[in-house]
Design a protein around this ligand. Structure first.
Ligand SMILES: Cc1cc2nc3c(=O)[nH]c(=O)nc-3n(C[C@H](O)[C@H](O)[C@H](O)COP(=O)(O)OP(=O)(O)OC[C@H]3O[C@@H](n4cnc5c(N)ncnc54)[C@H](O)[C@@H]3O)c2cc1C
Length: 398
């Protein structure tokens, strides 16, 4: 699609990366996405293709064997991939967040150990904050790490680990006992090595199996159960306990730009499908695009795609400039995910009865879009973050 979701001011390298990924999506993802998704099959060949393109190391610094690209480049790549099939972007997203956390907060030894292998995709990351009893209320985490000599012993249950089965590294947020008065200062991130797969993947760590989901299929989402799991203090991210909340919030800030980018990708695809179908389907003697009601839907959908894309790009550029982007990432994630749900719904309506058939791509997009309203913080949580940030900024005097 030539016109929508263009980004001004990209470097030649960025342009080349995006165009390579767009070709890959058109040739290797879109033709296979429906079948793989309906079969809930892991996209092994596609993942191998992404490894070859260096996408697992896209944002990892060159000194560690990555491509050293920005969050913006990453987000534009994710937008393209999600346009093909959102699950594929899920495969790289938790990996990217964990690599970001290690790059920003890891000890020199942790960077040296993990980042080169993460750049090639040999080590693949998942990240775990959520538990069966909590998602939004991160500070209420119950999974606990107790100090025992030089080690820690972890007990508790985690929920909703994207790539929980296929990864061999989990960035795990647990409660530790720093004794601080604020709950979020008693949290620590551990880097947990494990075997990929299901069952007991390390002594004291069980990944029970895949959660059967409404959409976002192919990529595995799992629980993780820790029972007397022993880990050395050298596996604490950054070496010091009590800093996990800040690590994870940094991770989700880039994660929110990524979710916004996914929403843009799905919305672009939903629009592409709608505008094509609207020029083929005829009712009352003319193509449905010639009914003003349908043409106006297309205009509204395209405007939403543009707005979401621009906000997502703005949030990514802000983070790349070194600024905090909590408010802008929250706004981008909130707007893009809500617009994505609206645009897919309109595309579905334009497809008439065929939109309800599993033969049509829009049926899949309709099941994917709702996840974006929830993942990396719900719309309500984004509004909390946005309003808090604004009230801080616009504090009334007197
Ligand atoms: C497919 C999938 C993949 C996921 N992958 C991961 C992952 O890789 N790692 C990970 O850690 N987590 C992951 N999650 C978990 C996800 O981040 C949480 O589901 C999400 O943060 C919401 O938490 P919750 O489900 O516990 O909902 P709750 O926090 O229980 O919220 C329930 C409802 O109450 C609302 N609500 C809650 N608190 C407030 C408030 N203060 N004000 C107003 N409204 C409020 C929410 O907006 C929501 O509508 C995944 C989830 C899914 C579905």
């Amino acid at each position: 699609m030539a016109r929508l979701a263009q980004t001004a001011g990209l470097t030649d390298v960025q342009e080349e990366i995006i165009s390579t990924v767009r070709d890959f999506v058109d040739k290797e993802i879109i033709p296979h996405a429906q079948a793989l998704e309906h079969a809930d099959e892991y996209p092994t060949d596609i993942v191998e293709g992404m490894k070859e393109m260096g996408l697992f190391g896209l944002t990892i610094p060159e000194e560690f064997g990555g491509l050293g690209e920005s969050l913006l480049t990453y987000a534009l790549v994710v937008e393209q991939i999600a346009r093909g099939w959102m699950s594929v972007s899920g495969v790289i997203n938790t990996h990217f967040i964990v690599a970001h956390m290690i790059k920003q907060h890891g000890t020199p030894e942790q960077k040296q150990h993990y980042l080169p292998k993460m750049a090639t995709g040999e080590i693949r990351g998942s990240f775990s904050m959520s538990e069966p009893d909590l998602g939004s209320d991160v500070a209420a985490i119950k999974t606990r790490a107790k100090k025992d000599g030089d080690d820690y012993v972890i007990d508790g249950a985690k929920m909703w680990l994207t790539n929980g089965g296929s990864s061999n590294l989990i960035a795990l947020l647990v409660k530790t006992d720093e004794g601080a008065d604020k709950a979020h200062k008693n949290l620590t991130t551990f880097l947990i090595d494990k075997e990929p797969g299901f069952g007991e993947v390390a002594p004291g760590l069980t990944i029970p199996g895949k959660i059967d989901k409404m959409g976002y299929k192919g990529v595995d989402t799992t629980e993780a159960v820790f029972a007397d799991y022993r880990v050395g203090a050298d596996k604490i991210l950054g070496g010091a306990s009590g800093k996990g909340f800040a690590h994870m919030m940094d991770g989700v800030e880039v994660g929110r730009v990524n979710v916004a980018a996914r929403a843009c990708g799905i919305a672009i695809r939903a629009f592409e499908l709608a505008i094509e179908y609207a020029q083929q389907r005829k009712t009352f003697g003319k193509q449905i695009a010639d009914h003003q009601a349908i043409a106006f839907k297309l205009a509204e959908m395209a405007t939403k795609v543009e707005a979401a894309h621009l906000m997502m790009v703005n949030a990514a550029r802000l983070k790349d400039s070194g600024e905090r982007n909590d408010v802008e990432a929250g706004m981008a994630k909130y707007l893009a995910s809500e617009y994505c749900a609206e645009v897919t719904q309109e595309s579905f309506r334009i497809h008439g009865g065929y939109g309800y058939s599993k033969e049509y791509e829009i049926e899949r997009l309709m099941r994917e879009a709702p996840f974006l309203l929830i993942g990396e913080g719900t719309s309500e949580i984004q509004k909390t973050i946005i309003s808090r940030g604004l009230l801080r900024e616009y504090k009334a005097r007197g």
